[in-house]
Design a protein around this ligand. Structure first.
Ligand code: AAO
Length: 512
């Protein structure tokens, strides 16, 4: 009996580490601030045909509406209620999106804000997405309902009521993160309300959750909440499937709270990944691509089966969160494409691709004074749709990194090489490196200031392959570079350091 319970508990926790993506689909994309109607279209017209596994969506709950600054993106990290009306659309639009994406095998992961409600200075009134009344001052959120009994202030011991010292785990978990009203997740009542919210979404068909600000919640409280979550909807998922849980914990080392405290509950965001990779690609502090031969756990990252990895996220692409100036974003497109390609080619972790909107970046003394700017919107504050240009890029300020040929093709590469080992490593002891994935794919980078001209063992069957970076396979021809692999698996690569993209990738499905 005891053994059975142990097996059940173990199975449950492991299951929450599984992204539940459709077989052969390995990456998710964060469509930051996209409207539900646009995501539904994107699943059908682009994500499914190109093998994306799923979408992380912006928080779907009702949030505060802020005017100073004007409609910042971060409104959505300040819940007012668990009503499903948001800047991205109505509950019906949300439901329609989930159904349509699921029907084409692209699954939805919800950004769940369960640590807190709005900021303590959020005022009183109906300035919320659907006009629901609340009072931040009285800690009154009648539509949930939460009252002042449901917050942690009695437990917090700092003078300001805010987190003042990340070295003290009690503060970090019991006090307010940047003045956000901190929910008392030790209370059964609060756990129940949070679980109801998440279950409502699970029943609608979502496949899992990015859980926001987990560092600020006790693992035991999270365990209790996750334990109440329903299995996934059997219209789309196998009976008994658990929601995928990936927890936002920023752990670059040196703080009292460790990412490892959350490993048994689900995956955890590995923030070291993008920070280190950015440094390598930028060649800062003497970093070299050749040092990434043991990339992954060898670099002190968390265990492979616990990690959710990304090059940049919605915070650190604009100086919030952690990672610093090393993070490479769409603002540095050449380096960004290289970094994302490296991540997608490498077997470590579950990978998430960022899809951003442009803002009027204005860096003064290392800080972006416009880091708050919300998504492309109309004068009434409503978010603009994502128009698709004839060349498949997006308009109106939507960056759509996930549609860039190089990134889209590397998402496909990762699917094609799924399950194959990291193999046939080569480097020039500097910034030219190459590696394969068994006999299914091979990638070569030249991040040096001189040309690469070398013959390498690819491990691939002989034949002619299309490079999927400079172009791709189009029927019986390549639109970009062509690579000939000999019967012995060797191929000649030439990459100029002046190339638009100084890397080349081939895989089993890009063979002519
Ligand atoms: C806004 C205003 C605030 C205002 C508040 C309430 O900006 O001034 O007080 O409203 O009215 C987002 C925005 C916030 C926004 C908030 C609510 O980013 O600006 O506040 O919505 O609207 C910590 C948390 C982490 C969090 C991150 C931003 O641990 O969970 O801060 N990320 C999530 C979301 C994020 C969201 C929230 C949480 C809140 O992704 O979008 O906020 O729902 C250290 C710690 C980290 C800590 C950072 C930043 O990091 O380790 O845990 O993250 O500091 O405070 C080096 C270190 C690294 C360090 C970093 C920065 O890199 O190695 O450890 O420096 O110091």
């Amino acid at each position: 009996m005891k053994l059975l319970i142990l097996v059940a508990l173990f199975g449950l926790s492991l299951a929450q580490h599984n992204p539940n993506t459709k077989h052969g689909r390995t990456s998710i994309v964060h469509l930051f601030e996209w409207r539900w109607a646009d995501i539904a279209e994107e699943c059908e017209r682009f994500l499914a045909p190109n093998g994306f596994g799923g979408v992380q969506i912006s928080p779907p709950h009702e949030s505060i509406v802020l005017n100073n600054p004007w409609r910042p993106w971060w409104e959505r990290y300040q819940p007012i209620s668990y009503n499903l009306c948001s800047r991205s659309g109505t509950e019906n639009e949300l439901r329609d999106m989930i159904t349509r994406c699921n029907n084409v095998g692209v699954y939805i992961y919800v950004d769940a804000i369960i640590n807190h409600m709005c900021g303590a200075g959020g005022g009183e009134g109906t300035h919320s997405n659907c006009g629901t009344y609340f009072s931040a001052g009285k800690k009154d959120f009648p539509s949930v309902p939460y009252s002042h009994w449901d917050f942690n202030d009695n437990k917090c011991k700092t003078g300001s009521g805010n987190i003042e010292n990340y070295g003290d785990p009690y503060q970090v978990r019991d006090c307010r993160l940047v003045s956000l009203l901190d929910l008392a997740l030790e209370k059964d009542y609060v756990r129940g309300k949070v679980a109801d919210y998440m279950n409502n979404l699970t029943d609608m068909g979502v496949a899992g959750f990015r859980v926001d600000a987990c560092k600020h919640m006790w693992p035991g409280d999270l365990s209790a909440v996750y334990g109440r979550l329903h299995n996934l909807n059997t219209n789309w998922f196998a009976k008994g499937s658990r929601p995928f849980i990936f927890q936002e914990v920023i752990d670059l080392g040196g703080e009292s709270i460790k990412a490892s405290e959350y490993f048994h509950l689900g995956r955890v965001t590995e923030f070291k990944y993008g920070a280190k990779l950015g440094g390598v690609i930028r060649k800062w502090n003497g970093e070299k691509l050749s040092y990434t031969k043991n990339w992954g756990e060898g670099w002190g990252f968390m265990p492979d089966d616990k990690a959710l990895v990304f090059v940049d996220n919605h915070d650190n692409q604009r100086g919030h969160g952690a990672g610093g100036a090393a993070i490479v974003t769409f603002w540095d497109p050449r380096m960004h494409k290289m970094a994302v390609a490296y991540m997608l080619a490498h077997p470590y972790g579950v990978t998430r691709v960022m899809s951003s909107f442009r803002w009027n970046r204005n860096i003064v003394n290392g800080k972006d004074t416009n880091d708050w700017m919300g998504p492309p919107s109309h004068s009434d504050g409503s978010t603009k749709p994502v128009p698709i240009n004839p060349d498949q890029t997006c308009g109106d300020g939507w960056v759509c990194e996930h549609r860039w040929r190089q990134i889209k093709n590397m998402v496909i590469f990762r699917n094609v090489v799924n399950g194959q080992p990291h193999s046939n490593w080569w480097d020039n002891q500097n910034n030219q490196v190459a590696f394969g994935r068994g006999n299914r794919g091979f990638i070569v980078f030249n991040n040096d200031d001189w040309n690469l001209d070398v013959t390498l063992n690819t491990g691939m069957p002989g034949g002619t392959y299309c490079d999927v970076i400079s172009g791709q396979k189009d029927g019986d021809r390549c639109t970009g570079k062509q690579i000939t692999v000999g019967g012995d698996g060797r191929a000649h690569f030439k990459i100029s350091n002046q190339d638009e993209d100084p890397f080349v990738a081939i895989h089993a499905d890009s063979k002519l």
